[in-house]
Design a protein around this ligand. Structure first.
Ligand SMILES: [Zn+2]
Length: 312
């Protein structure tokens, strides 16, 4: 009897302890949280961190957000950042809220994927209210869509990997292996796009927003006009007329809308000028498939061949 009691006590103690042990095991399962600021950076990090079980990767903005132009941090974003062991950013100004985030979390560990990448200047419409500048004034802020050039993407991936290895040296081996494998894929992708587009004679394009200068820089296209320098703002009738004139003066090159924005401006200009309309994807939205970037870039290549091949 005495023995049975002690067994019962032991069993009760075990039952009391078990839930504690289990809840402890669940939260300790993934030790670190890495947060990517938006979709393309998340996709790159997903490839770099494949099979690294001790790190949970999250995307701060929903995958339907698109570019972070004018993005404001939400309360939930602040909550997420408060748990981040590293914050992966696009950089070059894409995260306009960065100062605000750092004010709140001065110890936030930032990994800037744009470090040491050669940046192109942004064409940017000013809305000065003084008389010294007019609306057409442009400044030399950097364009922050570097990932649309796969060679710059390789640099971004290298920067993210370097930052992660430095921050989490215990996973260095897997991170370095994954990064080498992904960079190999991106190198092949670049060669494939380069070859695929090399025979095009017509190289004038009109894009929706300023997302494609790096792509144009890499593969030799001329962006003769951009429909919306401020993509969140509707185009004025005067801007529409000006754009139509510009398109006609260039022999009606194809107009490229983007899946993240309304195609209304392109449709109006197309009606005015007869320029055909196609769609290019800046790859800022989509599912979390690790090959989403490669798929999106291949699709863009085929679209350009279709759009520019037929006017020869
Ligand atoms: Zn953008």
């Amino acid at each position: 009897m005495k023995k049975l009691v002690s067994i019962l006590i032991a069993a009760t103690l075990l039952l009391c302890l078990m839930p504690l042990r289990f809840s402890g095991a669940v939260t300790d399962d993934k030790d670190h949280v890495v947060i990517a600021s938006f979709y393309p950076v998340f996709i790159f990090a997903e490839n770099i961190l494949s099979g690294v079980d001790g790190i949970t990767l999250k995307c701060l903005s929903a995958p339907s957000t698109g570019c972070l132009h004018d993005y404001q941090l939400l309360a939930g974003d602040m909550e997420n950042l408060s748990h981040a062991d590293a914050f992966l950013i696009c950089g070059a100004g894409m995260e306009g809220y960065l100062d605000k985030a750092l004010e709140q979390f001065p110890d936030l560990y930032i990994i800037d994927s744009s470090a040491d990448i050669e940046l192109l200047a942004e064409k940017h419409e000013h809305h000065h209210h003084d008389d010294s500048h007019d609306e057409e004034d442009h400044d030399d802020e950097a364009n922050d869509h570097m990932w649309l050039d796969p060679l710059r993407t390789i640099q971004m991936v290298g920067n993210i990997a370097d930052g992660l290895v430095f921050r989490f040296p215990e996973y260095a081996e897997q991170i370095i292996k994954n990064t080498g494998f992904y960079i190999e894929k991106l190198t092949l992708l670049d060669a494939e796009i380069d070859a695929g587009l090399s025979s095009l004679i017509n190289r004038d394009i009109v894009t929706f927003h300023e997302a494609f200068p790096y792509f144009a820089d890499r593969y030799g296209f001329n962006i003769v006009a951009v429909m919306a320098l401020e993509p969140e703002e509707p185009l004025s009738p005067a801007a529409m007329i000006e754009l139509s004139d510009e398109v006609m003066s260039h022999g009606c090159p194809p107009l490229f809308t983007e899946p993240q924005y309304s195609s209304k401006a392109a449709e109006v200009i197309s009606r005015e000028t007869g320029a055909p309309v196609f769609e290019l994807d800046p790859i800022v939205t989509g599912d979390y498939a690790p090959d989403a970037y490669e798929k999106g870039m291949r699709k863009n290549m085929l679209t350009l061949i279709e759009a520019l091949g037929e006017c020869e």
